[in-house]
Design a protein around this ligand. Sequence first.
Ligand SMILES: Cc1cc2nc3c(=O)[nH]c(=O)nc-3n(C[C@H](O)[C@H](O)[C@H](O)COP(=O)(O)O)c2cc1C
Length: 358
Amino acid sequence: MWPDRRLLDLFKTEFPIVLAPMAGFMDAELVIAAAQGGALGSLPCALLSPDKAREQINIVRQRVSAPINLNFFCHEPVDADPKREAAWRQRLTPYYRELGLDPAAPVSAANRAPFDAAFCEVVEELKPEIVSFHFGLPDPSLLRRVKAAGCIVMSSATIVKEAIWLEENGADVIIAQGAEAGGHRGMFLTENIAEQPGTFALVPQVVDAVKVPVIAAGGIADGRGIAAAFALGASAVQIGTAYLRCPESRVIAPVRVALAQAHDNSTVITNVMTGRPARGVANRVMREVGPISPDAPAFPNAATGLAPLKAAAEKLGKVDFTNLWAGQAVRMGREMPAAELTRALAGAALARFAQMAG
Ligand SMILES: Cc1cc2nc3c(=O)[nH]c(=O)nc-3n(C[C@H](O)[C@H](O)[C@H](O)COP(=O)(O)O)c2cc1C
């Protein structure tokens, strides 16, 4: 049986497994499939309008009667910096030329909206059981409204200091995101990626530092990883990369190929794709311009200059400019329906616990 029931009892799911929210890579379909398998499904809203988020939640609600986690980014929006963005476009000009694109053509701004009053109204209206944030927590007045709607609040910590801050500022659950994790680093009290601890070191130190339950995230992709997370004191796991190749995800064909071909050393942390550090399979622009570039405009504006390149290259079946967000365990991802994968992960973890108990 599960050695820790704190989050099973809080979430009321069959398994203490959270399907990670993965903005741009999934929608209601993956949430539904993972929930049908017994996991907590997370719906990423960072790339959605409030209306689109409402529509997606309603699809989930119509198809499953399981709890749902709505996920938002809560970064501080920055003012446009036309000089920096022009320099970035200049840096990317050889790629524009190569693809036959005009580097001076206007491009609409990258659309990653932080949690705001309009999203808060969606939460108040649809009352998801759980709301999770990345990059800290929203403004206290908005957070109070989320809590008043009865939602359990979770957020990612990448260092112990962030975990303590989140607990002190109202998080009910901490997601300890180790450096192995795919996607954006949830970091908000540090900017130094070289100092980011891995999951094995981070989870027990966060567990010791806070009273609220802790979810381990980063590099967990099979029963062994889940058992290890519980051994380190976690009360649940959050898994993203391992679900990417499920048929219910929204991963486009050339990205599926890149993920299937990736190895343990294929991913890097880069700021080139969006302006914030994130882990993904290294592609051409990450290799040639980054992986870390001081020229990348602040989040999410680095993505603006890349958008035309991404679209043109994808038409040619290339992922040279496409976010290939994935964690260090990408090789362990399986092409399997998400409900089946969830049950397989839970079954393998339970078998490990039994084996370890001797
Ligand atoms: C493709 C991808 C997209 C992600 N997008 C989000 C997101 O929108 N919101 C969020 O809170 N975390 C996001 N993450 C991070 C996950 O919440 C989680 O920390 C990570 O997937 C755990 O590590 P793993 O990928 O090794 O399982 C993303 C991760 C991946 C792989």
